[in-house]
Design a protein around this ligand. Structure first.
Ligand code: SF4
Length: 257
């Protein structure tokens, strides 16, 4: 396969002209937040921070679905994996995130049926193939993932017959544990909410001690301002979700900063 437009996007003359223009028009201090981890990685990889005027500060925000998942939801996912007859389906990154006592990865290693999927539709197929089991999909994320999750629910009640039951975690946090930022299923779809179906109500848990992920997501701190960064917390020994996910702010800073 031949990739097109590589040269066009790497035109040095054009890039230098754009940088000059930005330098010329930037008169006041600006703080800009990118909310997508892929953007954060690209900004680092292409050295964009180093060519911006001094007055422009780039902040790395939520990053990816894993980074915005509250501890209590991780704890709920772990609890689901411990229920007999339940298959937990999850995005791959989430499996490494540590809750207050365990992670889906640890539970899987201990024998739980935890499966990595790439979308809610994979979970639907698993449910179809396992009619005698309950399949829980960990519906984490924000606006980018919500439409496909909603589509999965509609498939479950629409014309396409569903053989297995597909409960779905109701709480889809938007930005960490900021009050009133979460999303949940509307009343008419509650039968798809695994937390309601299984009576799962995990208590709110604080972030890991010393972890500043919540403040980083809100743009109040940068990873370097966390006392654990590059000391206790590295990609090999992640403390918080911003370091677990390869697209998390802390992981991006660790790799490129
Ligand atoms: Fe949390 Fe680690 Fe990032 Fe600190 S460096 S905010 S402990 S993920």
């Amino acid at each position: 396969m031949v990739l097109k437009y590589i040269e066009e996007y790497r035109d040095g003359t054009l890039a230098r002209a754009i940088i000059k223009k930005i330098q010329a028009v930037s008169k006041k201090k600006l703080r800009l937040m990118e909310v997508c981890g892929t953007h954060t990685m690209s900004i680092f990889r292409h050295g964009i921070r180093s060519v911006l005027p001094e007055g422009i500060t780039l902040l790395s925000g939520p990053g990816c679905p894993v980074c915005v998942t509250a501890q209590k939801d991780i704890d709920a996912f772990v609890e689901f994996s411990r229920i007999d007859n339940v298959i937990v389906t999850t995005f791959g990154d989430l499996i490494k995130v540590l809750g207050s006592s365990s992670s889906l990865g640890k539970e899987k290693a201990a024998g739980a049926d935890v499966r990595i999927v790439y979308s809610v539709f994979d979970a639907i197929n698993i449910a179809r193939e396992n009619k005698e089991k309950e399949v829980v999909f960990c519906g984490v994320g924000f606006e980018t993932t919500i439409p496909t999750i909603a589509a999965g629910i509609l498939m479950g009640i629409g014309d396409i017959p569903l053989i297995g039951d597909i409960p779905l975690i109701g709480d889809i946090p938007l930005i960490g544990d900021i009050p009133l930022s979460g999303m949940s299923l509307k009343k008419e779809y509650e039968k798809f909410d695994a937390a309601i179906k299984f009576g799962m109500d995990m208590p709110d848990m604080p972030e890991p001690k010393g972890c500043a992920c919540g403040e980083i997501l809100m743009g109040l701190k940068t990873p370097e301002q966390c006392g654990l960064y590059k000391k206790k917390c590295t990609p090999m020994t992640p403390v918080g979700p911003c370091m677990v996910s390869s697209e998390g702010s802390c992981a991006a800073f660790y790799r490129y900063s």
